[in-house]
Design a protein around this ligand. Structure first.
Ligand code: 6GU
Length: 254
């Protein structure tokens, strides 16, 4: 997969040299290029922002450097990328969208700072390629860079050959399938007792059926406790009698 990232702070992306994503790049599974937006300015100050029309606080990113940058980056390749514009006003980034992106051959990220990018830039490229405005949660970051790090990691780990264990990606809390909309329960490793705390005996029992049932109980309890709106949205069809019992247990706060 090819990924282009345009930003006024390409240094923000140093973490992409490390760990899982760094290794995927070394192996040629991921081809990530960073671009300095200011390289497409023409004034001595390399200006990328200006005051908003209509007034208001902050600054808006000017359309001309963005137009030149996106034209240049997208000209250097076959076809067009899917253009992702990180913004707190975007659609939510979810595991489902990560999986959709993982199936794309080419993604381009346009990182805004300040109050955002002049809206005509998005209108311009919507006529030419798929453009998504995407946010990563209900809080406001100083710019799109950290959101792009989040998205690239979530997408990159789904690419074939990136995870050592190909099963790990499908067993995640949000992956569609059996675990869809259920959080993962607690996990344990050796020693069997640490500071007087025992690992739940069921996990040492070797009863695979009982272990699977216990894990599902814990997943349901954790979902109910940490994400009640997810628990409420669980489809009745996917719940058995025991699931319903666990979900109706009174919590300490009930
Ligand atoms: Cl994508 N950008 C910014 N600046 N803030 C955010 C965000 C993105 N997602 C959540 N908050």
């Amino acid at each position: 997969m090819r990924i282009d990232i345009i930003s006024i702070f390409p240094e923000y992306f140093a973490p992409l040299d490390v760990s899982l994503i760094g290794k995927a790049r070394e192996r040629g599974i991921l081809d990530i290029s960073l671009h300095q937006l200011r390289d497409w300015t023409h004034d001595v100050h390399r200006t990328v922002d200006d005051s908003p029309y209509g007034g208001g606080p902050g600054m808006v990113m000017k359309p001309e450097p963005w137009g030149e940058a996106i034209d240049a980056v997208t000209a250097a390749g076959a076809g067009e990328p899917r253009l992702v514009v990180p913004t707190p006003s975007g659609r939510p980034f979810t595991q489902e969208l990560a999986m959709e992106y993982a199936a794309e051959p080419w993604l381009a990220f346009a990182c805004g700072r300040y109050e955002g990018i002049d809206a005509r830039v998005i209108d311009e490229y919507r006529g030419r390629m798929r453009v998504d405005e995407v946010g990563i949660g209900d809080y406001v970051l100083a710019g799109g860079e950290v959101a792009v790090l989040v998205m690239v990691e979530a997408v990159g780990r789904l690419l074939p050959g990136v995870l050592g264990n190909e099963l790990s990606a499908t067993d995640d809390s949000f992956a569609p399938g059996t675990m869809r909309n259920l959080l993962e329960g607690p996990v344990y490793t050796k020693p069997p007792e640490w500071r007087g705390r025992r690992v739940p005996e069921i996990l040492l029992s070797g009863h695979h059926g009982k272990i699977a049932r216990w894990r599902r109980d814990e997943a349901l309890r954790r979902t109910l406790s940490n994400r009640p709106e997810l628990a409420a949205g669980l489809d009745d069809e996917s719940l058995d009698k025991r699931d319903r019992e666990v979900l109706s247990e009174r919590g300490a706060d009930a």
